[in-house]
Design a binder for this molecule. Structure first.
Ligand SMILES: Nc1nc2c(c(=O)[nH]1)N[C@@H](CNc1ccc(C(=O)N[C@@H](CCC(=O)N[C@@H](CCC(=O)N[C@@H](CCC(=O)O)C(=O)O)C(=O)O)C(=O)O)cc1)CN2
Ligand code: MET
Ligand SMILES: [Zn+2]
Length: 767
């Protein structure tokens, strides 16, 4: 019985890769220095896995930006607009595809970015043309294998499987389906594999998480074609096929019939599938199983007793040499090392395992299965105790909270009156012009603002002085917003480290780490708070700064909250009760905050739910149940206020078509959404559905430093005006401005306000 993992985090325990990439982009370090940092990180990752007892260690799980982008370069899937960069500098090309590039000679936009399945990790979306050709282009995969080999480690290179690669991409023109490109793509994979085999590779891991989705017959056939072709050409190669994040489901028969060496199972997300497989008539016991027992998506300690039971079950049908002990998915989604945490409550800390601790758990489980397992029995006992302690801890349970959730009534998730009635009252109370303008909440989180927070945390800046600085920043932003003439102002979120972590820090039932960083996209990281117990709000969270900001202006100020589903989705959440229950607890806490903001004079409150789409289960059968409780949780948070109080919500990065009815069902008075990059295409869902409430389609792509011109914004707005009732249209950016700098923010927002003014003028001239 051996151990393996599917992938390891790569950002560095101290976020070394983030810092190096950002320095390289600013040209304060050279390409050579960046690559040196990368090399050191890879080496550290391999050596720690070796030291902690991982037998089959992955390579090519490292990436300077994103593994799907890496795959694009491996197979030469480079959109036309980058061809002029291609010749000059490989890193420049790579980062241009990731982030766009603007200089005297070149002006190219970035490739699209979207969520990796149901995670908060974003990948770069491959672009395909009808006549797409592929060619073996970058040699990253072989180079990394050689790098590890030089350290004495023969790795298992990780490749995103060709079918998943195609399905994750997008057709950039009509008249074909991307899956039809398989016959062109496969030969390139075969070339790469041949190179790897020449270098001595024994195992290759093919990640095909598309197997967790509802696949068509054609897509399933593509899986069969692919792995038959690879096996026929390289019969000695050991194919390690990995699906994760959900069951094989309908795709199980296809998977079991493949000529592969190992099938990997995510037993955390789908623990019943082991029985399905062992009992399947297609199962043959020559196949090896990789048991994904350790949770790669969450930070709770494994329960060894349960895991050993699973292994025993497998051992009834398979010899031990046909089993791998592993984690459910790549450890990319969990932080580096729990040992770095010096300030975590020690009771809570003993319940947790970060990536490094998960490596230890994997080898301990294997060691406990050995006949000579005595040296490890104390670890087993320790694990049992920690799990028992977590079950019974006083820190977790709050009977008042449980009672409040179980006493929720239907009326708690309904506003007093329907939208029409509310809208009329709000129009009277707020008296906005046509096409009111607003922003999504955050203003630039500059290095300076972040450095105040760091100093404050370290005790180098007193509470009082920190607050003086934040207050001044808020005041400046209010004056700026008034000057350019925005209709609904925001305070700017300067006091927040992150829109979820900030609330985690204020709510009971959450703990937070110091170094628990997880990559979100490229160099951007998040530090998800740890939701370990019943959630309650014992103190106002945003009232102080919102009330202060409102006191500075006659214009209405929009209070800014993160919604229950997003807090749930972007935290490390307890796994001892249904997510629905936890979400309702958060919803009640947010509801109390909404009511309190109203009490303190705020007439408009935004409850952000950017993660509601991402939280959708991977399989459609499970959508209705999820949407039902998620929408209800939002409504619970929003329904405690009077008709006159205007509730906004905001979503970004979303394909809205599938779930538009549920979005409407959230019944927010106003929704602001991301649409600018798709030229308002995303608005179609709202139009086709006749979305009943007010809506602000984004007119400024905040993911790019580019400033949209007045004309561009006008064009987008006139598109919106053609399809939406003009009384329903708001004018705003796609998302918050925290990742932007002030100069471009100011120019862009001025253009936005002026575009709205021009639109109003046109309306007056029309009558
Ligand atoms: N949780 C979450 N998920 C999300 C989003 C989001 O906003 N939050 N937005 C979408 C896109 N994803 C994003 C993820 C991260 C960031 C982001 O800006 N992250 C920051 C960190 C934000 C943060 O927590 N900041 C802290 C700590 C900042 C820090 O690194 N401080 C330095 C010191 C200051 C400095 O020199 O910069 C340090 O500790 O060493 C703070 O402001 O207090 C980063 O990686 O740079 C943006 C978007 C989807 N998912
Ligand atoms: C990822 S959605 C962000 C919403 C938040 N209010 C902001 O403006 O940053
Ligand atoms: Zn957003």
């Amino acid at each position: 019985m051996k151990t393996t993992i599917l992938g390891y985090p790569r950002i560095g325990a101290q976020r070394e890769l983030k810092k190096a990439c950002e320095a390289y982009w600013k040209k304060t370090i050279t390409k050579k220095e960046l690559l040196k940092t990368a090399k050191t990180l890879k080496k550290q990752n391999w050596l720690i896995q070796k030291e902690l007892g991982i037998d089959l260690i992955p390579s090519n799980d490292f990436s300077l930006y994103d593994q799907v982008l890496d795959t694009c370069l491996s197979v030469g899937c480079i959109p036309q607009r980058y061809k002029s960069i291609e010749q000059t500098n490989d890193l420049e090309l790579y980062f241009a595809m990731a982030r766009g590039l603007q200089n005297d000679d070149i002006d190219v936009t970035a490739m699209e970015m979207t969520k990796w399945f149901d995670t908060n990790y974003h990948y770069i979306v491959p672009e395909f043309e009808k006549n797409q050709s592929f060619a073996y282009y970058s040699n990253k995969i072989t180079e990394e294998f050689k790098e590890a080999l030089a350290l004495g480690i023969k790795t298992k290179p990780v490749l995103i499987g060709p079918v998943t690669f195609l399905l994750l991409g997008k057709e950039k023109e009509s008249g074909f389906h991307r899956i039809d490109l398989l016959n062109r793509l496969l030969p390139v994979y075969l070339e790469i594999i041949e190179d790897l085999i020449d270098l001595g590779v024994e195992y290759i891991q093919f990640d095909e998480p598309c197997l967790a989705l509802n696949l068509s017959d054609k897509e399933r056939a593509a899986i069969t074609t692919t792995y038959n072709a690879i096996h026929n050409k390289f019969p000695k190669l050991k194919i390690f096929l990995a699906n994760y994040f959900d069951c094989y489901g309908d795709n199980l028969e296809t998977a079991l019939k493949l000529p592969i060496d190992t099938l990997h199972l995510d037993l955390v997300r789908c623990h019943l599938q082991l029985d399905d497989i062992l009992n399947s008539k297609y199962f043959n016991n020559h196949i090896k199983l990789s048991l994904g027992l350790i949770d790669g998506r969450n930070i709770w300690k494994n329960n060894f007793e349960d895991s050993l039971n699973v292994v025993q079950k497998a051992l009834k049908k398979l010899p031990p040499e046909n089993l791998w002990i592993s984690a459910s998915c790549s450890l990319l989604h969990t932080p580096y090392d729990l040992e770095l945490e010096k300030n975590l409550n020690s009771e809570i800390k003993q319940w947790l395992a970060f990536s490094k601790q998960k490596l230890e758990e994997i080898s301990t489980i294997r060691n406990l299965c050995l006949t000579e397992n005595e040296p490890y029995l104390s670890l087993y006992e320790e694990n049992k105790l920690a799990n028992l302690n977590r079950k019974t801890s006083k820190l977790i349970h709050n009977s008042k909270v449980k009672e409040r959730v179980s006493n929720l009534k239907d009326t708690d998730s309904h506003r007093t009156h329907s939208f029409d009635i509310r809208q009329a009252k709000q129009k009277e109370a707020l008296n906005f012009p046509l096409f009111p303008t607003t922003t999504i909440g955050s203003f630039p989180q500059t290095k300076t603002v972040r450095s105040w927070r760091l100093k404050h945390r370290k005790g180098e800046l007193s509470n009082e002085n920190y607050e003086i600085l934040i207050a001044k920043e808020i005041e400046d932003s209010i004056r700026f917003q008034e000057n350019i003439g925005l209709d609904v102002l925001v305070h700017g979120e300067f006091e927040r480290n992150d829109m979820v972590e900030y609330f985690g820090e204020k709510l009971d039932g959450f703990a937070f780490s110091e170094f628990g960083w997880v990559q979100s996209y490229g160099s951007r990281c998040v530090k998800p708070p740890i939701l370990f117990g019943d959630v309650s709000r014992n103190t106002p969270m945003t009232v102080y700064w919102s009330e202060y900001a409102q006191s500075l202006t006659q214009k209405p100020l929009k209070g800014m909250l993160t919604g229950p589903v997003t807090i749930l989705q972007w935290s490390f959440v307890r796994n001892d009760q249904p997510r629905e229950t936890t979400c309702n607890q958060i919803a009640l806490a947010i509801r109390d905050e909404v009511i309190e903001l109203e009490k303190h004079g705020l007439k408009i409150i935004q409850i952000d739910e950017p993660a509601i789409r991402e939280g959708l289960p991977l399989r459609k059968e499970e959508w209705p149940n999820y949407l039902n409780w998620a929408v209800k949780a939002f409504r619970i948070s929003a329904s405690g206020v009077k008709d006159e109080t205007q509730i906004h919500t905001h979503m970004c990065y979303s394909e809205f078509n599938d779930i538009i009815a549920s979005i409407a069902d959230m019944d927010a008075d106003v929704i602001t959404i991301e649409t600018s990059r798709s030229e308002m295409e995303l608005l179609d869902a709202f139009v086709n559905f006749k979305y009943p409430n007010e809506i602000g389609p984004g007119v400024y792509d905040i993911h790019s430093p580019r400033v949209p011109t007045l004309e561009e914004i006008e064009k987008l707005l006139s598109k919106a005006k053609q399809v939406l009732p003009k009384e329903h249209i708001w004018v705003n950016p796609d998302c918050g401005l925290k990742t932007r700098d002030w100069p471009e923010t100011k120019r862009a927002l001025e253009n936005i306000v002026n575009a709205a003014k021009k639109l109003r003028q046109q309306e007056i001239e029309l009558v």
